[in-house]
Design a protein around this ligand. Structure first.
Ligand code: HEM
Length: 135
C-alpha cells in the first residue's frame, strides 16, 4: 500500500475511535448536544480519510507524487484544528472558539481543492506540477 494511503488509514482509524467515543459519551450521558461534532469526526475524520486512502491505493502513480502528501498534511492539520474546536464549542458550550473552527474548516476546504486537482490531473501532469513546485 502506498505510504500516503497508509497514513490516511492510520489517521482515519484514530478519528473512528474518537468519533465512537464521542458517540458513546452522548448516548451514556443522554446529552446529544455535540452530535454535529460526533458526525463530523466520523464523516470527515474516518469516512473521508479512508476514501482518500483508498483512492491513492487504487492510483499508486498519483500516490507517489508530492502533491498527495501535501493533500494529506493539509487535510489532517485542518481536521486537527477544526474537530476538537467544534467538539469543545458544542459539548463544552464555548461559542468563542468558533473562529478556530472556521480556520480549520478553511484548511480542510483548501485540501479538498488539492484533492480535486489530483483527481482531475493526469498522473503525468501531477508529476510536472510537483517538480515545478520543488524548483
Ligand atoms: C458506537 C458508535 C456510535 C455511537 C454510540 C453513536 C451515537 C450517536 C448519537 C447518540 C447520536 C445523536 C442522535 C441524535 O440526537 O439525533 C449520533 C448522531 C450521528 N451519528 Fe453516531 N454513533 C456512533 C457511530 C457513528 C458512526 C461510525 C458514524 C458515521 C460513520 C456516525 C454518524 C452519525 C451522524 C451523521 C449523526 C447525526 C444524525 C442526525 O443528524 O440526527 N455515528 N450518533
Amino acid at each position: 500500500m502506498p505510504r500516503v494511503s497508509e497514513l490516511f488509514f492510520k489517521t482515519a482509524v484514530v478519528f473512528l475511535v474518537l468519533g465512537i467515543a464521542a458517540g458513546l459519551q452522548m448516548a451514556i450521558s443522554g446529552d446529544h448536544g455535540a452530535f454535529p461534532a460526533h458526525a463530523h469526526i466520523n464523516l470527515l475524520g474516518w469516512v473521508t480519510s479512508a476514501i482518500f486512502g483508498g483512492y491513492y491505493a487504487l492510483n499508486p502513480a498519483k500516490a507517489e507524487r508530492r502533491v498527495a502528501m501535501i493533500h494529506y498534511g493539509l487535510y489532517t492539520v485542518g481536521l486537527v484544528i477544526m474537530l476538537p474546536a467544534l467538539y469543545w464549542m458544542l459539548a463544552g458550550g464555548h461559542p468563542d472558539v468558533e473562529p478556530v473552527v472556521a480556520i480549520g474548516s478553511l484548511i480542510v476546504a483548501a485540501s479538498v481543492l488539492v484533492f480535486a486537482f489530483v483527481v482531475f490531473s493526469a498522473a503525468e501532469t501531477v508529476r510536472s506540477a510537483t517538480a515545478a513546485t520543488a524548483r
